[in-house]
Design a protein around this ligand. Structure first.
Ligand code: ADP
Ligand code: MG
Length: 239
């Protein structure tokens, strides 16, 4: 079954084309890296996937539900982590999660159980009662991921989620989200411009100037080159 299916997607800001006929598909429970330099169109794609923007051309389906024809079902399957923190700094992790659970119509015992589950999924159970302001960058990011999982989505979208984190924290979050795909069967789309966040066994999509230039298993794509040099070669000329 397909986690995410995108067909012939195009989008322009006025006459500035940001995505050109983008098509790809992700099997359920796999980790896909969407690698592209700044300006490639990654965030535009996320805006379309989350219906912040309405699709101009092409189609998107999430776990079999068309975003156009059945937006409520499709969006219900999606959890999103943007670069910006959405948690309230002065509330505890638990209070924040209770608030987001309530927004999803989950309350009482069900919320309690669900919060315990998502905190365990991101290894944050022992931090439930700390205020977000007191957490370090990596733990805030994990709390943010827990927030995105509260309604039990089958697809997790992350837009450059490691920006601003130190290398060790970056590696730990990257490992953790790989684990969410492997262990919990969540379909992950991970946008980044950093080649070292991608593993050889990952599904890799390279986006450049709004077009897909590679789509396959990372190790098969990079062959004998290291991914960072391959990526630069594939996207050189990008501004
Ligand atoms: P990425 O997230 O990969 O850095 P974006 O999706 O943000 O790329 O941007 C893709 C292209 O669309 C870039 O050329 C960018 O300048 C342009 N763009 C993004 N947002 C807007 C906007 N609101 N108005 C006009 N052009 C935009
Ligand atoms: Mg972006």
């Amino acid at each position: 079954m397909t986690g995410l299916d995108i067909q012939n997607l195009s989008f322009a800001y006025g006459d500035k084309v940001a995505l050109k006929n983008v098509s790809f598909s992700i099997p359920r429970g796999t980790f896909t890296a969407l690698l592209g330099p700044n300006g490639a169109g990654k965030s535009t794609l996320y805006a379309l996937l989350t219906r912040l923007f309405v699709t101009q051309e092409g189609s998107i389906s999430v776990s079999g539900h068309s975003l156009d024809h059945n937006p409520r079902k499709a969006l219900g399957e999606i959890g999103v982590v943007f670069q910006q923190l959405t948690l309230d700094m002065d509330l505890t992790v638990n209070q924040n999660l209770r608030y987001f659970a309530a927004l999803q119509g989950i309350s009482g015992k069900a919320a309690h159980a669900r919060i315990a589950q998502v905190l365990a999924q991101v290894n944050m159970s022992e931090r439930a009662n700390e205020t977000v302001r007191k957490l370090n960058g990596g733990h805030r990011r994990r709390a943010e991921i827990a927030r995105s999982l509260i309604h039990n989505p089958s697809v997790l979208l992350l837009d450059e989620p490691t920006v601003g984190l130190d290398p060790q924290t970056r590696a730990s979050i990257t490992d953790h989200v790989h684990d969410l795909a492997e262990t919990h069967g969540i379909t992950v789309l991970w946008a980044t411009h950093l080649a070292d966040e991608v593993r050889d066994t990952d599904h890799l999509i390279i986006l450049n100037k709004g077009e897909i230039v590679d789509d396959g298993i990372c190790g098969d794509i990079r062959k004998e080159h290291d991914l960072a040099s391959y990526f630069i070669a594939q996207t050189s000329g990008a501004k």
